[in-house]
Design a protein around this ligand. Sequence first.
Ligand code: ADP
Ligand code: MG
Length: 475
Amino acid sequence: MSNLQNPPALNSTSHLDFWDNALGVFSRELSPQQFKTWIQPLRLLSFEESDRSLTVGAPNRFKLDWIKKTFADRFQEIASQYFGTPINVSFVLAQEASSPTTTPQTNREAESGVMLAIPDSESGISVEEQSFEIEDHSKLNPNLTFETFVTGKANQLARAASIQVAHNPGTSYNPMFLYGGVGLGKTHLIHAIGNHLLKEKPNARIRYIHAEQYVSDVVRAYQQKAFDRFKRYYHSLDLLLIDDIQFFSGKSRTQEEFFYAFEALLSNKSQVIITSDTYPKEMAGIDDRLISRFDSGLTVAIEPPELEMRVAILMKKAAGEGIAISEDVAFFVAKHLRSNVRELEGALRKILAFVRFHGRDVTIDVAKTALKDLLTIQNRQISVENIQKVVADFYSIKVADMYSKKRPANIARPRQIAMFMAKELTQKSLPEIGELFGGRDHTTVLHAVRKIADERAHDSQLNHEIHVIEQTLKA
Ligand code: ADP
Ligand code: MG
């Protein structure tokens, strides 16, 4: 199985940014006293992107009730506005919510063996209220199915394996380990497996859980001395879908717990499905015996979607929203946004919001305007090396001539154009650009930038050439 060429960054931190943003809004809207009393003690416990739900923890029953009554709607509004899509915010009692840190930190403390449990008499909460909550439902998002999953070369293997496992859970490939970059459809596929099984066997005990949530559950079981229940629950499932297992990195207590769950499930012939951002052997901070278990079933990759698939996804999603977009527009968007499906969805949401707001039809120009910000971010990713290569190609000279000391006009001029474009299209400084052009002085670069900018204003031929090169770079 080939692995990904560009391993993406870990999980986005948008939910943490959101939290900062929400706190900011409340601090402006409320008096300092109110803010300190009600909002500050709250903690963001989890964010499940798959079902667009946020869970916020309150430190005690009293505050919980008050928050629900007074601030729940406002939270909902802020979250939905922030993410540009309806978000379901729920509030729970969470003892760790009163600690000064956010959940990941809390986990780390528990990982290092510090017991966080506060005696009930001290916290003023009865055992029943704070009891370790085991979800009685699967947590599956019913919209993430095989039917809504668009197939292409990049994911056909992963999809085929998933269908196979959905039909023969526990027998064909166990565990199934699905890996790939952010936003490529891993979460979607494993929900699809769960939904399929749920339809065939409504009584099957299925659980989808994000690895981060599993870590929190271990911590909570720890605090509340509820490991027996924790074990009973996880060891008795028919299908466990555990998402983004790279979050187990460095969490040895969680890994140990998971190891037992894993062994128990496999010996019961229950299916385990795991996703990760990379393939097992490449995972850091994970115990070797877990890694070898992960790799003992079927390991399958999901790759970034190719152009045609991106177009198909856009058109299908737009149609699902009740707005038809032409193939032209879909190609335009798909050509510019190449990394993953989530990004495509984000772009589509922007376009749809724009046309609904302005009452326009979806044209390429409209898409360009609606995506202005996204597209400039993409532009910034153009590298000097890339510019050198494309410019050299365009003028039929060697890339090496970009850094050579040669000065014939047929080389010097493309080189100047490349320097000019490096200044225009990247964030690099003049000295950095000079360095990348064979260690030239920054004044040489400045001269080139001025000269080409000046000529371009009068020379429509040059202007056109630069335009074409730019299009090539951005395509
Ligand atoms: P990952 O878990 O790999 O980061 P997700 O499964 O969350 O990615 O996918 C991101 C978004 O893109 C989701 O809304 C998902 O429904 C959508 N998506 C991903 N791949 C496809 C696909 N092949 N067809 C339709 N939608 C997809
Ligand atoms: Mg995911």
